[in-house]
Design a protein. Structure first.
Length: 195
């Protein structure tokens, strides 16, 4: 398990441009090499979803294998033109595949056991944090706010948001970085208290 984790940490994350190019090559040119690159690039997402299940060590590799099948299904069925972010789309497929595996094996579903006093406290804290972020979001200039809301709240891909705002993708990325810096600055004191 440790070896697997070390291996996936070595892989570089794709830039939005690189990912867009791979999707175009796979979906339009049916490039199996591009398909493999996409599957490889999202291996850390499988690991991230599996970790949330807090399962016993002996079945973790089984869960990763099932998660990988879910990832492959997501890559094959994804339609980028619909405006959904692939990470969100793939997470649902990965989680669904893992839950099916746990149910079929009559294994306890780890997440169900999480409903405790500690969980409820965390929910309250999270709602408070969300309200803080929303308040800061309201203070952003129009386009910056629309970009953050579109990409992070409405789960749209960057190209779609850029089209809706009538701006280029490169300009959208510049505004996105500016908005994140602005929000980080406004939230810095709150983050210190939160930590």
């Amino acid at each position: 398990m440790d070896l697997y984790y070390k291996e996936i940490r070595k892989w570089n994350l794709l830039t939005p441009e690189e990912e867009q190019e791979l999707w175009a090559r796979y979906k339009k040119e049916e490039s199996l090499e591009a398909r493999q690159e996409l599957i490889k690039a999202y291996q850390p997402l499988v690991f991230k979803v599996v970790k949330h299940f807090n399962s016993k060590e002996e079945i973790l590799m089984d869960l990763i294998q099932e998660g990988n099948i879910g990832l492959i299904q997501a890559v094959d069925s994804f339609e980028a033109e619909r405006g959904t972010r692939f990470a969100s789309f793939a997470s649902k497929h990965i989680r669904g595949r893992i839950l099916d595996y746990l149910r079929k094996g009559n294994r306890p579903l780890p997440e169900i056991r999480q409903l405790s006093h500690e969980y409820l406290e965390r929910e309250i804290e999270l709602r408070y944090l969300v309200n803080k972020v929303k308040a800061v979001l309201e203070e952003l200039p129009g386009k910056e706010r629309a970009i953050i809301e579109g990409i992070y709240l409405a789960d749209k891909n960057a190209s779609l948001v850029a089209g809706e705002l009538g701006i280029s993708l490169s300009y959208l990325y510049r505004l996105q970085k500016k908005a994140i810096r602005r929000m980080r600055g406004k939230l810095s004191n709150f983050i210190k208290e939160w930590g």
